[in-house]
Design a protein around this ligand. Structure first.
Ligand code: R5P
Length: 294
């Protein structure tokens, strides 16, 4: 126990040295509360302000999709390569080792399955439970232009209100329905609505033309969803372009866990995101041969 015997007057006050402010530099996040910034800093590596988020939440409406039949076998070995894991509370509690330390971005909306109208979602997790799970963020689907557009936007704004109380950021996922075009005009609309209404991070798809305008018009970090499985080099190229054009990282699922070599793929994506490695170089480095080679 400390006592007064060894107590001396301190000499390290450095009164001539001004206090050193260390502002949080993640896009649009400088004004957030400390807990919010601390959680975002777990998801976005402070050295790059970018993230490689591994999305495995597909089961919440698709069931055991290809690559996610056994999360314990296919995903748990990848955790060390992911900056964050986007998943459901059922998978977290049943399958994800707490000691892995991988920050969890918790799926917090749901309701309809692939057999019904997907935009008819509700909030599916209480923020108190997200806090209990030590979630680094919660994720909610927003269906701009969808049949239940207003309801899904309202799901997001209610979560944002709760997130401000708990200091847990909200990731808004812009869902593209079957009939909506993934062009820059639509993506600017959807992402900006999410950010304007309070989302701390927005996830959207890549578009080949003018993605830079989508990223520029979104005042908070934008992360790129992967979409359907592509050849590995094409997926790396898409991630590379998204980063070059302003994305703060990726939140990819199928292009990682459905890869012929998921561990190599997530490491290659990591090199593209955090080191700005060229797609071909990242492929060669982690797959051990040129793309298309034998
Ligand atoms: C879809 O609703 C989920 O939010 C997925 O996390 C998202 O689509 C990203 O996964 P993928 O890269 O497979 O598209």
């Amino acid at each position: 126990m400390a006592d007064n015997d060894s107590r001396t007057e301190g000499a390290r006050f450095s009164p001539s040295v001004a206090a050193r402010p260390q502002p949080y530099t993640l896009k649009g996040s400088a004004g957030l509360d400390w807990g919010m910034q601390s959680r975002l800093a777990r998801v976005f590596r402070p050295a790059t302000n970018r993230t490689v988020m591994l999305a495995i939440d597909h089961g919440y409406f698709q069931g055991p999709t290809t690559g996610l039949e056994r999360v314990d076998l296919s995903i748990v070995p990848l955790l060390g390569h992911a900056d964050a894991l986007m998943t459901t509370r059922g998978i977290v509690r049943s399958t994800i080792p707490p000691a892995s330390g991988t920050p969890i971005v918790l799926r917090a909306s749901g309701g309809p399955s692939i057999l019904r109208e997907l935009s008819d979602e509700r909030i599916a997790v209480a923020m108190e439970d997200a806090a209990r799970l030590n979630a680094a963020a919660v994720a909610v689907q927003v269906f701009v232009g969808g049949e239940f557009e207003t309801q899904s936007v309202h799901n997001m704004t209610r979560l944002v209100d709760e997130s401000q109380r708990y200091g847990i950021p909200v990731l808004a996922v812009t869902a593209v329905g079957k009939e909506l075009t993934r062009d820059a005009r639509y993506l600017r609309l959807a992402t900006r609505i999410c950010a304007e209404l309070g989302a701390h991070v927005v996830k959207t798809y890549y578009c080949a033309e003018d993605f830079d305008t989508v990223a520029a018009a979104c005042p908070v970090p934008l992360v790129m969803a992967g979409g359907k499985k592509l050849p590995e080099l094409d997926a790396l190229t898409m991630a590379y372009r998204a980063i070059e054009e302003g994305a703060a990282g990726v939140d990819m699922g199928r292009n990682i866990f459905q890869s012929e070599n998921p561990a190599a793929m997530i490491r290659a994506i990591g090199a593209v995101v955090h080191e700005s490695a060229k797609p071909q170089a990242a492929y060669d480095r982690f797959f051990g041969r040129p793309a298309g080679g034998t």
